[in-house]
Design a protein around this ligand. Structure first.
Ligand code: F6P
Length: 410
């Protein structure tokens, strides 16, 4: 048996979030305190690792201030990738190369912060390690604004994105009512095939806000004619109609609404299309068929990098899952992902637990049908009660010269 590697390596993969760097700090600090000599960072995930693009995090994070700023810096500090590893039988040379690089770096602990596609990487690498008798421990650290990972109550990154959506919907609602005349605003929210984040639009409704008028989730087949009929009724009854629509809404035959007019660009390594344009398509249709004023707002990357209004609960949990992954790996676990288990809502309490990576990789968790209102365009009180604790409190950025301070690798 080979001698166990002394160092740790961590990568970030898939779409970023406002708090993914807090998980990076969690892994870094916990691995250091458990005796890792070096904690390396993969530049651009496993794709960069294959090109031996690594940094020693102790060289790039010089002091506690750097670490505090990193927690408040959006997007993936190390860079990211959407890279699908082949199965080992298809390309054994690639695995030999990768494990050779890890050996050269004397790595005993490997962490990957990502969503369901990234957990596929952990699953394949840990299986390969078992097959070849390698001692390297592979652990998944959850993250995604989509909140669609199995076996975790929620994913770090979701709470902050949900807080942003709730806040932005309140602001858009105020703006939509200024003239007191008829107008429609359709806001497109990320989340791919899961409506967790679009559902966060419901948070806008409060004693100081009327709330949005329709919430269209990808879990409900989208009927365009029905949508226009509903919109017609709404915009006759009130000025300032605001609608949240998921980027991933699909018509009955399975096509995304956003691909009805335009060819979407190339698919990524996991076969995902870049979803963009559903709001524009629907706003154009409203103008043509109802003759109303209609705007489309595509929140796009704004909703996943708004660290200036990150949820403190979210940023804290992102840190915790990173630390829990390091603890588990140093205690001998491998081929698992840290999940969050909610203990109670009031007071909100959550703990971490470990799950077999094979029950997570490549699966998508959808919004349960009973959390969607019977009319298909709203969410229930249960959904709201689930989201509310996750958006609580703030971690103020460190402001320099009037703007939040960030850190990046030069
Ligand atoms: O995976 C998170 C996510 O932000 C999705 O909500 C979105 O569809 C996708 O990433 C966009 O990916 P990319 O930035 O690679 O185009």
């Amino acid at each position: 048996m080979e001698k166990m590697g002394r160092n740790a390596i961590v990568g970030q993969s898939g779409g970023p979030t406002a708090v993914i760097n807090s998980s990076l700090v969690g892994v870094f600090q916990a691995a250091k305190s458990r005796g890792a000599q070096h904690v390396y960072g993969m530049r651009y995930g496993v794709k960069g690792l294959l090109e031996e693009q690594v940094v020693d995090l102790s060289d790039t994070l010089r002091d506690n201030l750097d670490i505090e700023i990193l927690k408040r810096t959006p997007a993936s500090y190390l860079g990211s990738c959407r890279y699908k590893l082949p199965v080992p039988a298809e390309d054994p040379a690639l695995y030999e190369k990768l494990f050779g690089i890890l050996k050269k770096l004397d790595v005993g602990y490997f962490f990957y912060i990502g969503g369901n596609d990234s957990m596929d990487t952990i699953s394949k690498l840990s299986d390969y390690a078992c097959m070849t008798g390698s001692d390297i421990k592979f652990m998944g650290v959850p993250k995604t604004i989509d909140n669609d990972l199995m076996n975790t109550d929620h994913t770090p990154g979701y709470g902050s994105a949900a807080k942003y959506i709730g806040a932005i919907m309140k602001e858009i609602t105020r703006d939509s009512l200024v003239y007191g005349t008829r107008n429609v605003t359709i806001v497109e929210v990320m989340g791919r095939n899961a409506g967790w984040l679009t559902g966060a639009a419901a948070l806008a409704k409060a004693e100081d806000c009327e709330g949005v008028d329709m919430i269209c989730l990808p879990e409900v087949a989208f009927d365009i004619d029905h949508f226009i009929e509903r919109l017609d009724v709404l915009q006759r009854a009130k000025a300032g109609v605001v609608i949240a629509v998921s980027e991933g809404v699909r018509v009955h035959d399975g096509r995304y609404v956003c691909e009805l007019t335009e060819e979407l660009g190339p698919v990524d390594a996991f076969g995902h299309k870049t979803l963009t344009g559903a709001a524009r398509f629907l706003a154009n249709k409203a103008v043509r068929e109802l003759g109303c004023k209609a705007r489309a707002i595509e929140l796009s990357t704004l909703q996943r990098c708004s660290s200036h209004m990150a949820s403190r609960v979210d940023i804290t949990e992102a840190f915790q899952v990173g630390g829990a992954a390091a603890k588990a790996a140093f205690e001998g676990h491998s081929g698992e992902m840290v999940g969050l288990r909610r203990l109670s809502n009031d007071p909100y309490q959550c703990t971490t637990e470990l799950h077999d990576i094979h029950t997570i990789a490549n699966f998508e968790k959808k919004v349960p049908g009973e959390w969607i209102t019977p009319d298909g365009v709203g969410v229930t009180q249960e959904f709201l009660a689930y989201m509310r604790p996750l958006i609580q409190a703030e971690l103020t950025p460190i402001y320099v010269d009037g703007l939040p301070r960030h850190i990046y690798i030069k």
